[in-house]
Design a protein around this ligand. Structure first.
Ligand SMILES: CSCC[C@H](NC=O)C(=O)O
Ligand SMILES: [Zn+2]
Ligand SMILES: [Zn+2]
Length: 415
């Protein structure tokens, strides 16, 4: 007979194929609904986009008028190159020394199961919450959250939850202090295009498209170096500077065998993954792009797709305060410490999570995944989490959830 333990339940959840590019959410959501019903949580599925469900679980508080708490995770994961893994990425194989290998083991199916397991334990001890606790499972985070959290966050269903404070995913910590994140970087998809005079490949002339584009590519590389130098000099963390990384180059005239080699093309284009930390000045950067990186005098144009906002509706920079003026922070910190854990200095996250959509509503979010002594393997081959770390995480959430939902203070929105 198959065992049924928190670990086997974690393994079951990891085996659902919610990896991109074709995540199947149906089976994973039914599994979670079953788990939730077995501990008497109410369940609700909302499809803002058909086939892309948001699952919402609720544990009603004794004072449901108080702003609620939301614990969020995403259902989807990035793809895995199975042949490059030492154990198949969807087998959730557990080694003799307790490593559970699976895509999603760290990012972020661990927290999705830990939330449920910790509530199960709290319930079995007879604990009941003062504030209502919600758990959400959203689709599409890994590809930007546009059909997931972005729509959920602005929905009437979300507004009705009256959320006061949110905990979302964080990242593993190789050391023995838990990492916690008070802000994300905002992604911009930047494409620069150059047009120019076409001509014979043998001729030297000004204003060719490739020449125009390459000048910009060099300028952008130089800017990238200045940002990276701050990091290398120890003046800023990687996540505190603007990163701009080339992700594609497109130019040339196609031939049957590849490219026509004696023609200088009339169009050329480059794409960048650009990330802005919350404290960056988006206007200054846009000016730089317009005047230096894609100036019309060099026949250049550009598009920026902003995948999230840097400021809330009142124009405030979107960050969660992590000092003792914020009672949610103090309660969270003490709750982690009560389990014998220590928090590292709060950080900005290098990448971007769904937390940015909630922060842009003016609601505070901390990014937290309780994994210490664990190498950071998000989106990497051989992603794993140790069983002991997973089990300890359940205990940490028991402490965090019970402390936050017992907070009876009046300071419900301290930004
Ligand atoms: C364009 S938003 C993409 C969101 C994605 N999140 C996790 O990796 C990221 O690249 O950070
Ligand atoms: Zn994630
Ligand atoms: Zn991810």
């Amino acid at each position: 007979e198959q065992e049924d333990t928190p670990i086997t339940r974690f393994q079951q959840y990891l085996r659902f194929r919610t990896d991109h590019p074709n995540p199947n959410y149906t089976a994973a959501v039914s599994f979670l609904i079953n788990q939730a019903q077995s501990i008497n949580l109410s369940t609700r599925t909302i499809e803002f986009v058909p086939g892309k469900p948001v699952l919402l679980l609720t544990w009603l508080g004794s004072n449901p008028k108080l702003p609620s708490l939301l614990f969020n995770s995403h259902l989807d994961s990035v793809p895995a190159e199975a042949d490059k893994w030492i154990h198949p990425p969807f087998s959730a194989h557990r080694t003799d020394d307790g490593r559970i290998y699976a895509r999603g083991a760290q990012d972020d199916k661990c927290i999705g199961v830990q939330y449920l397991e910790s509530i199960k334990n709290l319930k079995s001890r007879g604990f009941s919450p003062l504030r209502t606790v919600h758990i959400s499972y959203v689709p599409e985070e890994e590809i930007g959250g546009f059909d997931g959290m972005e729509k959920f966050a602005v929905s009437s269903e979300f507004a009705e939850l009256n959320v006061g404070f949110v905990v979302d995913e964080g990242q593993a910590s190789p050391g023995d202090e838990y990492r916690v994140f008070y802000g994300d970087r905002t992604p911009w998809e930047l494409v620069i295009r150059a047009e120019g005079i076409p001509g014979h490949g043998a001729k030297l002339y000004d204003d060719g498209a490739m020449e125009n584009l390459m000048k910009s590519v060099e300028l952008i590389s130089r800017f990238r170096e200045t940002q990276f130098d701050f990091v290398k000099a120890g003046k800023a963390a990687n996540s505190e500077v603007i990163s701009v990384n080339p992700v594609y180059l497109k130019a040339g005239t196609a031939s049957n065998t590849g490219f026509v080699m004696n023609m200088q093309p009339s169009e050329a284009e480059a794409g960048y993954d650009l990330r802005l930390p919350p404290m960056a000045d988006p206007y200054a950067l846009k000016k730089r792009i317009a005047e230096e990186w894609a100036p019309s005098i060099r026949n250049m144009t550009y598009t920026i797709k902003e995948k999230g906002k840097l400021r809330d509706h009142l124009g405030r920079v979107i960050m969660t305060s992590t000092d003792d003026s914020n009672p949610w922070w103090s309660i969270f910190k003490k709750a982690v410490e009560a389990t014998g854990g220590k928090l590292a200095k709060p950080e900005i996250l290098l990448s971007s999570t769904d937390a940015r959509y909630i922060r842009s509503l003016g609601i505070q979010v901390l990014g937290f995944s309780p994994m210490i002594n664990t190498p950071v393997l998000v989106h990497d081959h051989n992603e794993f989490l140790k069983d002991t770390v997973f089990m300890k995480g359940i205990e940490v959430y028991e402490s965090v959830i019970s402390a936050l939902c017992s907070f009876d203070g009046v300071y419900d929105q301290v930004i």
